[in-house]
Design a protein around this ligand. Structure first.
Ligand code: PGA
Length: 253
């Protein structure tokens, strides 16, 4: 099965409206979207409609960086799946390590968010990854499997279509440190094996597994050339239009 490569950009809480506009405009003007590459942007909630309008007609997916586990109602400060869809989002990031860490999102919350997103037909990009200590103590595989099993608990296999998994070792996020591409690919194989065990080989083969953590133009191709690495989730380097456009062209060189 051929999986279309994907490059996703996580803008986090980094940009002003003007900066988000400039970035979206440069992607519109300078990226040749004729390539067989899927591009997904995760702007701040506030900038989603603006980015949507700027990139109208371009094959760029748009997603929220988070969502509420609740469907709708009196949940002050939250954003529901239906609101993301209504604003033009096709995707949503769930379980990013910053949300797990700073906002105490536990396995159950992540699972509820996956359920909420799937119910609204959003494509989920589930983030998983081990901490420095977990890596040091050699429990990476166990952590990855736990995160997958808990996130997908109760999720029917027919709802897994177009699901993405982003493997982001926490120690590599925003640090400039990365695993060797082969090391990341090894974890991706564990992810695919786990999905095969939980669902089927066919589903495991259809799911795209991205690597994330200090991806830049200089290392993107090394990751994306690995057999089991279907794409990358870029944080810091996606905030700079020159660097991000280089990522969009250099991924296969
Ligand atoms: P980074 O962030 O590329 O800045 O390391 C990646 C992420 O957190 O998704």
């Amino acid at each position: 099965m051929t999986r279309v490569p994907v490059i996703a950009a996580n803008w986090k809480m980094q940009l002003t409206e003007g900066e988000a506009i400039m970035l979206a405009e440069s992607i519109r003007e300078d990226w040749d979207s004729g390539d067989s590459l899927e591009v997904i942007l995760f702007p701040s909630f506030l900038h989603i409609p603006i980015v949507r309008d700027i990139l109208k007609g371009k094959p760029v997916g748009l997603g929220g960086q988070n969502l509420s586990f609740a469907e709708k109602g009196a949940f002050t400060g939250e954003i529901g799946a239906f609101q993301l869809v209504d604003s033009g989002c096709s995707h949503v990031l769930i379980g990013h390590s910053e949300r797990r860490h700073y906002f105490h999102e536990d396995y159950e919350t992540v699972n509820r968010k996956v359920q909420a997103a799937i119910a609204a037909n959003l494509h989920v990009m589930l983030c998983i990854g081990e901490s420095t200590d977990e890596r040091k103590t050699g429990v990476t595989e166990m952590v990855i499997i736990d995160q997958l099993e808990s996130a997908f608990a109760g999720i029917n296999q027919d709802r897994l279509a177009n699901m993405y998994i982003a493997y982001e070792p926490i120690w590599a996020i925003g640090t400039g440190h990365t695993p060797e591409p082969e090391e990341a690919a090894h974890v991706h194989q564990i992810v695919r094996k786990t999905i095969t065990r939980l669902y089927s080989e066919q589903i495991a083969k259809s799911i795209r597994i991205l690597y994330g953590g200090s991806v830049e133009p200089r290392n993107i191709a090394a990751f994306m050339s690995q057999e089991d690495v279907d794409g990358v989730l870029v944080g810091g380097a996606s905030l700079n239009s020159k660097k991000f456009l280089q990522c969009l062209t250099k991924w296969r060189t």
